[in-house]
Ligand binder design. Sequence first.
Ligand code: FE2
Length: 238
Amino acid sequence: MPDLRTVLVEELHDLLSAETQIVVALPKMVKAAQATNLKDAFETHLEQTKNHVERIKQALQALGETANSKVCKGMKGILDEGKEAIKRTKQFDEFAADITLIAAAHKVEHYEIGAYSTAKTIAARLDEIKVGTLLSETLDEEKAADTMLTTISRPLLKQATVEEVAEPSELLTDEIAAPKTFAAAAGQSPKSSALQAHSSGATQPSGTNGPPASSRSDSTKPAPPAKPSNSALKNLDG
Ligand SMILES: [Fe+2]
């Protein structure tokens, strides 16, 4: 019966295929990236990824195993989506285009972080110290790459074009648009008030008076459920 060691070997085979596919995909990301620091980050990670391939081969060797040709379908799917993302970047400004690439790269990193974390834990359980050390080194680099992507994305998000949205009354229901009235009284822009109310999850029941829940001093407390009126109860009674 296959045991935990077999699971580790299968995970390593899966990761070997994933890393090999990433080595092929990353040069396209380098070419598509527009911000210099993003291009550099992809180039650096390409060199790291070549090393990740070698570490997995060393881990398999330490276990007395050889590489196989099984394809990691999970990574193939993520990278297929990445190819589509690269095509989509042509319709965006340079900042949104780079954000699209970062989104695709984050998905790759998170797959790897999950897979390496599991494999490292199994290696530790099996007392495979050398394998665990190799996996741990790569896991640290994947996490650092993921953090780097987030750092690079922040200024790009600020610079990307954000189109003005339509007035809330055109988009929102009466219930959500209701804070517009209260915002005007408070000297706020209706749009920002409605969006704040929307993002905080607060909505103003139609037909009620008073400020929106988001501006009340007790806004952190959940509003009690509305009681049905007497006439509504009568209707229910038939
Ligand atoms: Fe990697």
